[in-house]
Ligand binder design. Structure first.
Ligand code: SAM
Length: 262
């Protein structure tokens, strides 16, 4: 316990019991669930989750933390620690290997790579039942933002096209050791059922959304001119003079379907 937290690994260990309890109760794991924790650290969430779920798989990059965590978990339940960068973990393959339908992901995420982790999880959404993540509050606000909001952007569109996004509660800096410089928030993500998932080519969709918000002050016809002409934008039922921030997530799917290969 109480290793010196490493800034380079985004280590901010949660110590306030009431927030730990709120997260565990939001997850409400059952023994039949296959719970995967991203970044267990010293086990602030791991041990209480393990107490309820009885078994858990945790993915941790920092080798220094693993022996201590393993020792603390030994009397609590069956903890499997995978030493890896979470961005290299194929969640769909993990679910297949373990013979489970869908995983439940939990994590107080390392903030320095929170967006890449979210995009990585979206790629494996079909193998995930739900996710409960602690993130910077500002990131959760962007994930849940609606069209017209100042913070509506690429993250909002890509997340909302894949998941139901439900911000749960905020957590102040003092709940962590060391305290981060920003407020944090816990969010629940529930991947959409197959019949509600979009059917656009993912690469084209990424290219369209990135270009549209890359120049958010420009009209769509200007921002997308390398990818789609005004007639194609009109064919998607969208005014080429509109700005990206006014479009609903589904509008980007229609644009992506008209775009040539990315
Ligand atoms: N869950 C613990 C808690 O709540 O106290 C620790 C949370 S801390 C914010 C983030 C954790 O993610 C650290 O344990 C860190 O070592 C780990 N981590 C950082 N980068 C990672 C990566 N790329 N893959 C897996 N784990 C990573």
């Amino acid at each position: 316990m109480n290793a010196r937290p490493k800034k380079s690994f985004g280590q901010h260990f949660l110590h306030e019991k009431r927030y730990i309890e709120r997260i565990v109760s939001a997850v409400s794991p059952r023994e039949s669930d296959f719970v995967v924790e991203i970044g267990p650290g010293e086990g602030a969430l791991t041990l209480p989750l393990l107490t309820v779920a009885r078994r858990l798989t945790a993915i941790e990059l920092d080798t220094d933390l693993i022996p201590g965590l393993q020792a603390r978990a030994a009397s609590v339940g069956e903890l499997e620690i995978v030493q890896a960068d979470v961005l290299t973990v194929d969640f769909s393959e993990l679910a297949r290997q373990r013979g489970v339908d869908r995983l439940r992901l939990v994590g107080n995420l390392p903030y320095y790579i929170s967006s890449p982790i979210l995009f990585h999880c979206v790629e494996h959404a079909a193998a995930i039942r739900d996710m409960h993540f602690m993130l910077q509050k500002e990131v959760v606000d962007r994930m849940a933002a609606e069209p017209g909001s100042k913070v509506y952007g690429r993250l909002s569109v890509m997340l909302q096209l894949a998941c139901r996004v439900e911000p749960l509660f905020t957590v102040p800096p003092g709940a962590f050791r060391p305290p981060p410089q920003v407020d944090s928030a816990v969010v629940r993500l529930q991947p959409l059922p197959a019949e509600q998932r979009h059917d656009a080519d993912p690469e084209r969709l990424h290219a369209i959304v990135k270009a549209a918000f890359g120049q958010r002050r420009k009209t769509l016809s200007n921002a997308l001119k390398q990818l789609l002409d005004s007639d194609a934008i009109r064919a998607a039922g969208i005014d080429p003079k509109a700005r990206a921030e006014t479009l609903a997530p589904g509008d980007f799917v229609r644009l992506a379907k008209l775009a040539p290969e990315a």
